[in-house]
Design a protein. Structure first.
Lengths: 112, 111
């Protein structure tokens, strides 16, 4: 069966510090991978998605970046965090051509 | 991408049937309708998907009228554990690998 992992689960970082969140998927190959952010009490905002290794589509211009160094690994990064980067970060995967997405447990980031 | 409109929030009592309607006036011919459920501090979970008429699974039913400009998620005999945010998404299967979640409907079940 397929599983998706995210870490860390929670993170408190000062403004201006770097960020690296990792997501890995097991039990499937060539998945589509997604990064979402959810501010408190708000809906999900799609940040990046990838349909293959090295292929990254950015949805929202900001100080975040994403990389996909391996087929089932998706990394979200920032060189300098802003207060507005606080939120609940969710990684998801799905099979191409199918709508159903599977979400990871999420990382709650607080920028202080 | 077809834009969707849902009520921001709804309340219901335990044991009742709950219907959440989503409007998608500019839905395209190839678009499917998908609903997700999200509990606090968790990622969304797929509930049901349909193209037209009615779809039913062990969790919910999805009603889609002939013009497909709206859809209704029906939850039978809700319990407190159905308190969650429900999202309606519209998109075509083969070409649209980007799924956009709106703000969803916050459903609160009252004991």
């Amino acid at each position: 069966s397929q599983t998706i992992h995210q870490w860390p689960a929670t993170l408190v970082q000062p403004v201006g510090s770097p960020l690296s969140l990792e997501c890995t998927v097991e039990g499937t190959s060539n998945p589509n991978l997604y990064w979402y952010r959810q501010a408190a009490g708000r809906g999900l905002q799609l940040l990046f998605y990838s349909v293959g290794i090295g292929q990254i589509s950015s949805e929202v211009p900001q100080n975040l970046s994403a990389s996909r160094p391996q087929d089932r690994q998706f990394i979200l990064s920032s060189k300098k965090l802003l207060l507005s980067d606080s939120g609940f970060y969710l990684c998801a995967w799905k099979t191409q051509g199918v709508h159903e997405q599977y979400f990871g447990p999420g990382t709650r980031l607080t920028v202080t | 991408l077809a834009k969707t409109t849902q009520p921001i929030s709804m309340d219901s009592y335990e044991g009742q049937e709950v219907n959440i309607t989503c409007s998608h006036n500019n839905i395209a011919t190839n678009d499917y309708i998908t609903w997700y459920q999200q509990f606090p501090s968790q990622g969304p979970r797929f509930i049901i998907q349909g193209y037209k008429t009615k779809v039913t699974n062990e969790v919910a039913s999805l009603f889609i009228p002939a013009d497909r400009k709206s859809s209704t998620l029906s939850l039978p005999r809700v319990s407190l554990s159905d308190t969650a945010v429900y999202y309606c998404l519209v998109g075509d299967l083969p070409g649209n690998e980007k799924l956009t979640f709106g703000t969803g409907t916050r459903l609160t079940i009252i004991p």
